[in-house]
Ligand binder design. Structure first.
Ligand SMILES: Nc1nc2c(c(=O)[nH]1)N[C@H]1C(S)=C(S)[C@@H](COP(=O)(O)O)O[C@H]1N2
Ligand SMILES: [Mo]
Length: 588
């Protein structure tokens, strides 16, 4: 036979290795294509059953719930708000590796390769079913993905094996001479080990075999029709089929995602909401709440700039027409409120700084907004809280549980069931259509987004999500302060340098902020106007620089109870970070 594909009478070792490598790559590709098809089928099915059912999302959500606290802390510290992207990348990478393994396995044992793909579908089923919000349909996308992926791998693997099998003259192609044509589903169901897997028992594995006899080398260039006279599929057939499968998978995945987005699109419903005017408007913010220091955090955080912390891999998209809030537990009159009923309550405006317990010293997981909502204590009083209750548990549509000390909710502070944020309906990422807010508590113990259920209960009766993972059950906000101006490692001219920053002791109120340079004496800073105890407070100070060089500026705050931030540095777990923030600048 002419041409490059003429089998070498005496193949060199490198040539043999190259051929083996090409065959391994082809096998790996079948695994990737089959897994891709599985993901696509899962995405499309999830467009109908709900986003929580998409296999990758289900596995990712389960991973989030199962991640030990130390690892979660590490992820938040290292990746911040990118932690979810990192997780998804990890899942896709793991899946790709397993898919390649499945493809390689499938060379000798198509059923085993198929079973591995099916197993991943099974993992999706388990993950979807184990979600706290699991509905019966949630497992369907993973079932479909597992079955289709397994069938695709089995089919591709058998095709590949047939194409690379030794020529009938030297030995029957395993599985071919005796079994049905590949692609006809007359054999054992993929993934079900109902019979011995064809392959190793019937002939040497193609890749383990010494180089095939010259006339047995599959020769795709002599095989334009895609199969040789013996009816074996050619390598080109396998290649084309694998590529076609991958293309269908890619199209399906993109299409499925689009379909899911359009089916769950609630933009129009959110845009249609007309928030009523507040029955209790907020006092206008006093003048002089924000020192004029370029680079200082704005006093009010924009919705777009507001930090986001949650466990939701896909945002719950709730149509307010399908939303209701159940208030139950240790109450005399359990109630269910629709969104319209909620909007008909007298709405109050509340200027409030929300902070996250995971905020590091000097961190940015804090934001201030003008919230609009119904009074939470008023609704609870109307429901009739019974004696013995001490915890209020909020549940979200996505299964988060958040517990707040009931006594604090009812002690006169302005707790809200918020529907508005800075003049618009809550953004989806911040809990649309309704979230709770209780000034004085970190988000994880007060600020349930996508809230659908409020239970009056006891601490002894229920541990919410983060408490089960070791976090403090009370979650009162610690006093915190930051130096923001100058920026870290800034170079500043000699003379007077303006220092400025932000501090909070939410609900207790902030009494003082002090700074010191290079461990020198503490100096009082100038506090900007006080907008109320539920809000952060900004500060500024003129530093008369003396020596050129590098200097460390430290800050500490004192709350209205006279308690100054402790120097001891502690990490956020389990009850919020402690320690003084500092920054380093160079003068000269
Ligand atoms: N449903 C739900 N609500 C949630 C959370 C969550 O993971 N899921 N995270 C809480 C935490 S830890 C914080 S700090 C705040 C953050 O609110 P934001 O994302 O609007 O800033 O939401 C709280 N409410
Ligand atoms: Mo948080």
């Amino acid at each position: 036979m002419p041409g490059v594909s003429t089998p070498d009478e005496n193949p060199t070792g490198s040539r043999r290795r190259l051929r083996a490598l090409a065959r391994a790559a082809a096998a790996g590709a079948t695994g990737l294509a089959a897994a891709g098809l599985a993901v696509a089928v899962g995405e499309i099915a999830a467009a109908y059953t709900g986003p929580g059912g998409a296999p990758v999302i289900a596995v990712g959500s389960a991973a989030i719930d199962l991640t030990p606290t130390w690892l979660k802390e590490y992820a938040v510290r290292s990746f911040g708000t990118h932690d979810k992207a990192v997780l998804l990348t990890g899942i896709y990478t793991t899946m790709a590796l397993l898919a390649v393994v499945a493809g390689l396995l499938g060379r000798q044992r198509p059923a085993a390769g198929a079973a591995l793909i099916g197993l991943f579908g099974g993992l999706g089923v388990w993950a979807a079913a184990s979600r706290p919000t699991a509905r019966p349909g949630d497992a369907l996308p993973s079932v479909a993905a597992g079955l289709v992926g397994a069938a695709a791998l089995w089919w591709l693997a058998r095709l590949l094996r047939a194409a690379t099998a030794p020529h009938p003259a030297t030995g029957p192609a395993p599985g071919l001479a005796t079994g049905p044509a590949p692609g006809l589903a007359t054999g054992p169901a993929p993934g079900l080990a109902t019979g011995p897997a064809p392959g190793p028992a019937t002939g040497p594995a193609p890749d383990l075999a010494p180089d095939p006899a010259p006339d047995a080398a599959p020769d795709s260039t002599a095989d334009p029709a895609g199969s040789d006279p013996a009816g074996r599929p050619g390598r080109r057939t396998v290649l084309v089929t694998t590529a076609a499968t991958a293309a269908v998978a890619a199209l399906g995945a993109v299409g499925g995602r689009r379909l899911a987005d359009s089916r769950s699109d609630i933009t129009a419903a959110r845009d249609a909401i007309r928030l009523p005017a507040p029955a209790v408007p907020a006092r206008p913010l006093p003048r002089g709440i924000h020192p004029d220091a370029p680079g200082l955090t704005p006093f009010v955080t924009s919705n777009a700039g507001f930090y986001r912390v949650d466990t939701a891999l896909t945002l719950p998209r709730i149509d307010p027409r399908d939303w209701s809030l159940r208030i139950h537990g240790l109450v005399d009159h359990p109630t269910v409120l629709t969104f319209d009923e909620l909007l008909r309550q007298p709405l109050e405006e509340l200027d409030h700084t929300l902070t996250c317990v995971s905020n590091e010293v000097g961190g940015t997981y804090a934001g201030t907004a003008r919230w609009l909502g119904a009074s939470l204590p008023a609704l609870l009083r109307r429901a009739g809280v019974r004696a013995g209750a001490d915890q209020l548990v909020g549940r979200s549509r996505d299964g988060m549980t958040i517990g707040t000390p009931l006594e604090s909710v009812l002690d006169g502070r302005r707790a809200l069931l918020a529907v508005g944020m800075n003049g618009e309906a809550l953004p989806v990422a911040h809990g649309f259509p309704c979230r709770s807010l209780v000034p004085g508590f970190y988000g994880y113990t007060s600020a349930t987004k996508w809230l659908v259920d409020l239970e009056v209960t006891r601490f002894a009766a229920f541990d919410p999500y983060w408490v089960r993972r070791g976090w403090d059950r009370t979650g009162e906000v610690r006093t915190a302060s930051r130096v923001e101006v100058p920026a870290p490692f800034a170079r500043v001219p000699r003379g007077d340098v303006l220092l400025a920053g932000t501090a909070w002791a939410t609900h207790r109120g902030l009494a003082a902020v002090e700074v010191r340079v290079d461990g020198g004496p503490w100096q009082q800073t100038t506090l900007a106007a006080d907008a109320g105890p539920d809000l952060w407070r900004q500060w500024s100070h003129t530093w008369h620089t003396t020596a050129p060089g590098t200097h460390r500026i430290e800050v500490r705050a004192t709350d209205a109870l006279g308690r100054t931030q402790p120097e001891t540095r502690r990490p956020p777990f389990p009850s919020g970070a402690t320690g003084w923030h500092s920054t380093v600048v160079t003068v000269g």
